[in-house]
Design a protein around this ligand. Structure first.
Ligand code: PMP
Length: 344
Protein backbone atom coordinates (compact mmCIF):
# COMPACT_ATOMS: atom_id res chain seq x y z
CA UNK A 1 0.00 0.00 0.00
CA UNK A 2 1.40 3.41 -0.87
CA UNK A 3 1.98 6.09 1.72
CA UNK A 4 -0.35 8.30 -0.28
CA UNK A 5 -3.34 6.39 1.11
CA UNK A 6 -2.66 8.20 4.35
CA UNK A 7 -3.87 11.72 3.75
CA UNK A 8 -4.38 12.74 7.38
CA UNK A 9 -0.89 14.11 7.70
CA UNK A 10 1.52 16.59 6.16
CA UNK A 11 3.15 15.05 3.08
CA UNK A 12 6.96 15.29 2.88
CA UNK A 13 6.67 16.49 -0.72
CA UNK A 14 4.15 16.36 -3.55
CA UNK A 15 5.74 13.05 -4.60
CA UNK A 16 3.77 11.47 -1.74
CA UNK A 17 0.61 12.42 -3.62
CA UNK A 18 1.36 9.87 -6.34
CA UNK A 19 -0.70 6.68 -6.00
CA UNK A 20 -3.65 6.10 -3.73
CA UNK A 21 -6.08 7.27 -6.43
CA UNK A 22 -9.84 6.83 -5.97
CA UNK A 23 -11.96 4.03 -7.47
CA UNK A 24 -15.29 5.56 -8.51
CA UNK A 25 -18.53 3.84 -9.58
CA UNK A 26 -19.74 4.67 -13.11
CA UNK A 27 -23.46 5.14 -12.63
CA UNK A 28 -25.18 6.92 -15.50
CA UNK A 29 -23.22 5.50 -18.45
CA UNK A 30 -23.49 1.92 -17.09
CA UNK A 31 -27.24 2.33 -16.89
CA UNK A 32 -27.77 3.87 -20.33
CA UNK A 33 -25.49 1.25 -21.93
CA UNK A 34 -27.46 -1.55 -20.27
CA UNK A 35 -24.53 -3.10 -18.37
CA UNK A 36 -25.55 -5.80 -15.91
CA UNK A 37 -22.27 -5.78 -14.01
CA UNK A 38 -20.83 -3.05 -11.81
CA UNK A 39 -18.38 -0.74 -13.60
CA UNK A 40 -15.86 1.28 -11.57
CA UNK A 41 -13.10 3.64 -12.70
CA UNK A 42 -9.56 3.90 -11.30
CA UNK A 43 -9.09 7.66 -11.55
CA UNK A 44 -5.40 8.14 -12.26
CA UNK A 45 -5.88 11.80 -13.14
CA UNK A 46 -5.81 12.51 -9.40
CA UNK A 47 -2.07 11.82 -9.25
CA UNK A 48 0.11 14.88 -8.53
CA UNK A 49 1.12 15.46 -12.16
CA UNK A 50 -2.28 14.48 -13.55
CA UNK A 51 -1.68 10.97 -14.92
CA UNK A 52 -0.96 7.30 -14.29
CA UNK A 53 2.58 7.93 -15.55
CA UNK A 54 3.53 9.90 -12.43
CA UNK A 55 3.88 6.50 -10.77
CA UNK A 56 6.65 5.39 -13.11
CA UNK A 57 8.31 8.81 -13.31
CA UNK A 58 8.80 8.72 -9.55
CA UNK A 59 9.72 5.05 -9.34
CA UNK A 60 12.22 4.99 -12.22
CA UNK A 61 14.12 7.98 -10.76
CA UNK A 62 14.03 6.75 -7.17
CA UNK A 63 15.28 3.29 -8.14
CA UNK A 64 18.06 4.74 -10.29
CA UNK A 65 19.11 6.96 -7.37
CA UNK A 66 19.11 4.00 -4.99
CA UNK A 67 21.24 1.98 -7.45
CA UNK A 68 23.72 4.88 -7.79
CA UNK A 69 22.97 5.33 -11.52
CA UNK A 70 22.10 9.03 -11.13
CA UNK A 71 22.71 11.83 -8.64
CA UNK A 72 21.16 15.32 -8.32
CA UNK A 73 22.41 17.66 -11.03
CA UNK A 74 22.34 14.91 -13.69
CA UNK A 75 20.18 15.23 -16.81
CA UNK A 76 17.23 12.91 -17.33
CA UNK A 77 16.30 12.44 -21.00
CA UNK A 78 13.12 10.60 -21.99
CA UNK A 79 11.15 10.09 -25.20
CA UNK A 80 7.46 10.24 -24.27
CA UNK A 81 3.98 11.18 -25.41
CA UNK A 82 4.06 13.71 -22.57
CA UNK A 83 2.69 12.14 -19.41
CA UNK A 84 5.82 10.17 -18.52
CA UNK A 85 7.68 13.40 -19.22
CA UNK A 86 5.46 15.28 -16.77
CA UNK A 87 5.92 12.54 -14.13
CA UNK A 88 9.69 12.62 -14.62
CA UNK A 89 9.92 16.43 -14.79
CA UNK A 90 7.86 16.77 -11.62
CA UNK A 91 10.08 14.29 -9.78
CA UNK A 92 13.19 15.93 -11.28
CA UNK A 93 12.00 19.38 -10.14
CA UNK A 94 11.47 18.19 -6.56
CA UNK A 95 14.74 16.23 -6.43
CA UNK A 96 17.03 18.62 -8.34
CA UNK A 97 17.62 16.98 -11.72
CA UNK A 98 17.57 18.53 -15.18
CA UNK A 99 15.03 17.06 -17.60
CA UNK A 100 14.98 16.94 -21.40
CA UNK A 101 11.82 15.54 -22.97
CA UNK A 102 11.62 14.48 -26.64
CA UNK A 103 8.01 14.74 -27.72
CA UNK A 104 6.26 14.03 -31.05
CA UNK A 105 4.62 17.10 -32.66
CA UNK A 106 1.13 15.58 -32.27
CA UNK A 107 1.11 15.99 -28.48
CA UNK A 108 -0.83 18.88 -27.03
CA UNK A 109 0.48 22.38 -26.28
CA UNK A 110 -0.94 21.95 -22.77
CA UNK A 111 1.56 19.14 -22.11
CA UNK A 112 4.41 21.26 -23.50
CA UNK A 113 3.48 24.21 -21.28
CA UNK A 114 3.28 22.05 -18.15
CA UNK A 115 6.64 20.45 -18.97
CA UNK A 116 8.23 23.87 -19.51
CA UNK A 117 6.78 25.21 -16.28
CA UNK A 118 8.32 22.22 -14.48
CA UNK A 119 11.68 23.30 -15.90
CA UNK A 120 12.02 20.64 -18.61
CA UNK A 121 13.61 21.37 -21.96
CA UNK A 122 11.45 20.13 -24.84
CA UNK A 123 12.59 18.82 -28.21
CA UNK A 124 9.72 18.30 -30.70
CA UNK A 125 10.04 15.44 -33.20
CA UNK A 126 8.01 14.51 -36.32
CA UNK A 127 4.99 12.38 -35.36
CA UNK A 128 5.28 10.28 -38.53
CA UNK A 129 8.95 9.28 -37.93
CA UNK A 130 9.24 5.50 -37.50
CA UNK A 131 10.20 4.61 -33.93
CA UNK A 132 13.64 3.30 -34.96
CA UNK A 133 14.58 6.28 -37.17
CA UNK A 134 17.13 8.86 -35.91
CA UNK A 135 14.46 11.63 -36.15
CA UNK A 136 11.90 9.92 -33.92
CA UNK A 137 11.44 10.92 -30.26
CA UNK A 138 13.30 7.72 -29.36
CA UNK A 139 16.11 8.33 -31.87
CA UNK A 140 16.63 11.95 -30.78
CA UNK A 141 16.73 10.96 -27.09
CA UNK A 142 19.48 8.42 -27.86
CA UNK A 143 21.53 11.03 -29.73
CA UNK A 144 21.21 13.57 -26.90
CA UNK A 145 22.20 10.89 -24.40
CA UNK A 146 25.43 10.27 -26.33
CA UNK A 147 26.17 14.02 -26.50
CA UNK A 148 25.34 15.14 -22.93
CA UNK A 149 27.65 14.18 -20.06
CA UNK A 150 26.00 12.77 -16.91
CA UNK A 151 22.76 12.13 -18.75
CA UNK A 152 20.52 9.07 -18.42
CA UNK A 153 17.48 7.69 -20.25
CA UNK A 154 15.09 5.89 -17.87
CA UNK A 155 13.55 4.22 -20.98
CA UNK A 156 9.99 3.43 -20.03
CA UNK A 157 9.78 1.00 -22.97
CA UNK A 158 12.18 -1.47 -21.33
CA UNK A 159 12.58 -0.31 -17.69
CA UNK A 160 11.24 -3.00 -15.32
CA UNK A 161 10.21 -0.27 -12.90
CA UNK A 162 7.49 0.73 -15.36
CA UNK A 163 5.38 -2.46 -14.97
CA UNK A 164 6.58 -2.93 -11.38
CA UNK A 165 5.07 0.43 -10.37
CA UNK A 166 1.71 -1.03 -11.37
CA UNK A 167 2.35 -4.59 -10.15
CA UNK A 168 3.27 -3.36 -6.67
CA UNK A 169 1.24 -0.13 -6.62
CA UNK A 170 -1.79 0.32 -8.89
CA UNK A 171 -2.87 -3.34 -8.79
CA UNK A 172 -2.51 -3.66 -5.00
CA UNK A 173 -4.62 -0.54 -4.56
CA UNK A 174 -7.34 -1.91 -6.88
CA UNK A 175 -7.38 -5.24 -5.02
CA UNK A 176 -7.70 -3.46 -1.66
CA UNK A 177 -10.39 -1.09 -2.94
CA UNK A 178 -12.37 -4.01 -4.41
CA UNK A 179 -11.92 -6.24 -1.36
CA UNK A 180 -10.37 -8.75 -3.79
CA UNK A 181 -13.59 -8.96 -5.87
CA UNK A 182 -12.82 -8.10 -9.50
CA UNK A 183 -13.82 -9.99 -12.65
CA UNK A 184 -12.50 -7.80 -15.47
CA UNK A 185 -9.82 -5.12 -15.85
CA UNK A 186 -9.68 -2.77 -18.84
CA UNK A 187 -6.85 -0.37 -19.75
CA UNK A 188 -5.54 1.28 -22.88
CA UNK A 189 -1.92 0.56 -23.79
CA UNK A 190 0.99 2.76 -24.79
CA UNK A 191 4.20 1.24 -23.48
CA UNK A 192 1.90 -1.41 -21.98
CA UNK A 193 3.52 -1.03 -18.56
CA UNK A 194 0.20 -0.25 -16.92
CA UNK A 195 -1.78 -3.16 -18.33
CA UNK A 196 1.04 -5.73 -18.05
CA UNK A 197 1.97 -4.75 -14.49
CA UNK A 198 -1.61 -4.58 -13.19
CA UNK A 199 -2.64 -7.74 -15.06
CA UNK A 200 0.23 -9.85 -13.72
CA UNK A 201 -0.72 -9.11 -10.11
CA UNK A 202 -4.49 -9.41 -10.66
CA UNK A 203 -4.06 -12.79 -12.37
CA UNK A 204 -2.04 -14.05 -9.40
CA UNK A 205 -4.77 -13.00 -6.96
CA UNK A 206 -7.91 -13.55 -9.11
CA UNK A 207 -7.05 -16.35 -11.59
CA UNK A 208 -10.39 -16.10 -13.43
CA UNK A 209 -10.10 -12.39 -14.17
CA UNK A 210 -10.41 -11.25 -17.79
CA UNK A 211 -7.82 -8.64 -18.84
CA UNK A 212 -8.89 -6.40 -21.72
CA UNK A 213 -6.41 -4.23 -23.62
CA UNK A 214 -7.54 -1.23 -25.66
CA UNK A 215 -5.58 -0.29 -28.77
CA UNK A 216 -6.49 2.49 -31.22
CA UNK A 217 -6.98 1.83 -34.93
CA UNK A 218 -3.70 2.90 -36.53
CA UNK A 219 -1.64 1.04 -33.89
CA UNK A 220 -0.47 -2.59 -33.97
CA UNK A 221 -0.39 -3.60 -30.29
CA UNK A 222 -3.54 -5.76 -30.41
CA UNK A 223 -3.71 -9.52 -30.87
CA UNK A 224 -4.70 -11.43 -32.92
CA UNK A 225 -2.89 -9.54 -35.68
CA UNK A 226 -6.07 -9.52 -37.82
CA UNK A 227 -7.46 -6.85 -35.47
CA UNK A 228 -4.76 -4.45 -36.71
CA UNK A 229 -6.00 -4.68 -40.29
CA UNK A 230 -5.88 -0.89 -40.77
CA UNK A 231 -2.08 -1.01 -40.29
CA UNK A 232 -0.07 1.93 -38.99
CA UNK A 233 -1.69 5.32 -39.55
CA UNK A 234 -2.10 8.53 -37.58
CA UNK A 235 -4.92 9.18 -35.11
CA UNK A 236 -5.75 11.94 -32.65
CA UNK A 237 -5.95 10.17 -29.28
CA UNK A 238 -2.68 10.78 -27.40
CA UNK A 239 -0.61 8.43 -25.29
CA UNK A 240 -1.79 5.07 -26.60
CA UNK A 241 -0.81 2.77 -29.44
CA UNK A 242 2.52 2.25 -31.21
CA UNK A 243 4.09 1.06 -34.45
CA UNK A 244 6.23 -1.44 -32.49
CA UNK A 245 5.72 -3.75 -29.50
CA UNK A 246 7.44 -2.26 -26.44
CA UNK A 247 9.44 -4.75 -24.37
CA UNK A 248 7.38 -4.07 -21.21
CA UNK A 249 4.11 -4.93 -22.98
CA UNK A 250 3.96 -8.62 -22.07
CA UNK A 251 0.93 -9.48 -24.15
CA UNK A 252 0.53 -12.93 -22.61
CA UNK A 253 -1.24 -11.21 -19.70
CA UNK A 254 -3.91 -9.68 -21.97
CA UNK A 255 -6.85 -12.00 -22.71
CA UNK A 256 -8.72 -9.81 -25.21
CA UNK A 257 -8.02 -6.69 -27.22
CA UNK A 258 -10.57 -4.10 -28.32
CA UNK A 259 -9.76 -1.67 -31.16
CA UNK A 260 -11.14 1.84 -30.83
CA UNK A 261 -11.40 4.87 -33.07
CA UNK A 262 -10.94 8.58 -32.35
CA UNK A 263 -14.61 9.50 -32.51
CA UNK A 264 -15.89 7.03 -29.93
CA UNK A 265 -12.89 7.80 -27.69
CA UNK A 266 -13.54 11.55 -27.59
CA UNK A 267 -17.31 11.09 -27.33
CA UNK A 268 -16.83 8.77 -24.33
CA UNK A 269 -14.32 11.18 -22.79
CA UNK A 270 -16.93 13.95 -23.06
CA UNK A 271 -19.62 11.63 -21.66
CA UNK A 272 -17.37 10.74 -18.69
CA UNK A 273 -17.13 14.46 -18.00
CA UNK A 274 -20.79 15.33 -18.66
CA UNK A 275 -22.48 12.31 -17.08
CA UNK A 276 -20.05 11.21 -14.37
CA UNK A 277 -18.14 14.42 -13.57
CA UNK A 278 -14.81 12.69 -14.33
CA UNK A 279 -12.45 15.26 -15.87
CA UNK A 280 -10.42 12.85 -17.98
CA UNK A 281 -8.43 12.67 -21.23
CA UNK A 282 -9.03 11.00 -24.61
CA UNK A 283 -7.34 7.68 -23.80
CA UNK A 284 -9.75 7.38 -20.86
CA UNK A 285 -12.58 7.67 -23.39
CA UNK A 286 -10.96 4.90 -25.47
CA UNK A 287 -10.65 2.71 -22.36
CA UNK A 288 -14.28 3.40 -21.53
CA UNK A 289 -15.42 2.48 -25.07
CA UNK A 290 -13.49 -0.79 -24.70
CA UNK A 291 -14.91 -1.43 -21.23
CA UNK A 292 -18.49 -0.91 -22.34
CA UNK A 293 -18.06 -3.40 -25.17
CA UNK A 294 -16.19 -6.04 -23.16
CA UNK A 295 -18.22 -5.75 -19.92
CA UNK A 296 -21.47 -6.57 -21.76
CA UNK A 297 -20.47 -10.22 -21.27
CA UNK A 298 -20.41 -9.85 -17.46
CA UNK A 299 -23.36 -10.76 -15.25
CA UNK A 300 -25.05 -9.08 -12.29
CA UNK A 301 -22.79 -9.25 -9.21
CA UNK A 302 -19.63 -9.14 -11.32
CA UNK A 303 -17.30 -6.14 -11.37
CA UNK A 304 -15.25 -4.48 -14.11
CA UNK A 305 -12.49 -1.95 -13.33
CA UNK A 306 -11.52 0.52 -16.08
CA UNK A 307 -8.42 2.68 -15.74
CA UNK A 308 -8.69 6.38 -16.65
CA UNK A 309 -5.10 7.41 -17.41
CA UNK A 310 -4.99 11.20 -17.54
CA UNK A 311 -6.76 14.49 -17.03
CA UNK A 312 -8.65 16.98 -19.19
CA UNK A 313 -5.97 19.51 -18.17
CA UNK A 314 -3.83 18.10 -21.01
CA UNK A 315 -6.54 18.77 -23.61
CA UNK A 316 -8.19 22.11 -22.83
CA UNK A 317 -7.83 23.17 -26.50
CA UNK A 318 -8.64 19.70 -27.84
CA UNK A 319 -11.64 17.49 -26.91
CA UNK A 320 -12.80 19.87 -24.19
CA UNK A 321 -13.27 22.51 -26.87
CA UNK A 322 -16.52 22.31 -28.87
CA UNK A 323 -14.91 23.97 -31.91
CA UNK A 324 -12.14 21.35 -31.99
CA UNK A 325 -14.70 18.55 -31.68
CA UNK A 326 -16.73 20.03 -34.56
CA UNK A 327 -13.67 20.66 -36.78
CA UNK A 328 -12.70 17.03 -36.41
CA UNK A 329 -16.18 15.71 -37.07
CA UNK A 330 -16.66 14.39 -33.53
CA UNK A 331 -19.57 16.51 -32.37
CA UNK A 332 -22.68 15.48 -34.34
CA UNK A 333 -25.56 14.13 -32.29
CA UNK A 334 -25.47 10.86 -34.19
CA UNK A 335 -21.98 10.25 -32.78
CA UNK A 336 -23.25 10.07 -29.25
CA UNK A 337 -26.17 7.96 -30.37
CA UNK A 338 -23.90 5.63 -32.32
CA UNK A 339 -21.54 5.35 -29.38
CA UNK A 340 -24.46 4.47 -27.14
CA UNK A 341 -25.70 1.68 -29.35
CA UNK A 342 -22.36 0.20 -30.47
CA UNK A 343 -22.11 -3.57 -29.96
CA UNK A 344 -18.98 -5.74 -29.73
N1 PMP B 1 -3.11 7.09 -21.65
C1 PMP B 1 -2.30 8.15 -21.72
C2 PMP B 1 -2.92 9.51 -21.86
C3 PMP B 1 -0.90 8.01 -21.65
O1 PMP B 1 -0.11 9.10 -21.72
C4 PMP B 1 -0.37 6.71 -21.54
C5 PMP B 1 1.13 6.55 -21.50
N2 PMP B 1 1.75 6.78 -22.74
C6 PMP B 1 -1.23 5.62 -21.52
C7 PMP B 1 -2.62 5.85 -21.55
C8 PMP B 1 -0.77 4.19 -21.52
O2 PMP B 1 0.05 3.85 -20.45
P1 PMP B 1 1.18 2.75 -20.63
O3 PMP B 1 2.35 3.43 -21.25
O4 PMP B 1 1.47 2.30 -19.24
O5 PMP B 1 0.64 1.67 -21.48
Amino acid sequence: MTAAFDRVRILDSILDHIGGTPLVRINSISKSEGLQCELVAKCEFFNAGGSVKDRIGKRMLERAEAEGIIRPGDTIIEPTSGNTGIGLALTAAVKGYKAIITLPEKMSQEKVDVLKALGAEIVRTPTEAAWDSPESHIGVAKRLNSEIKRSWIPDQYSNVNNPLAHYEGTAEEILAQCGGHIDMFVASAGTGGTIAGVAKKLKEKCPNIIIVGVDPNGSILALPEALNKEGVHSYKVEGIGYDFIPQVLERQYVDQWVKTDDKESFVYARRLIREEGLLCGGSSGAAMAGAIRAAKTLKPGQRCVVLLADSIRNYMTKHLNDGWMAENGFSDDATVKAAETKKL
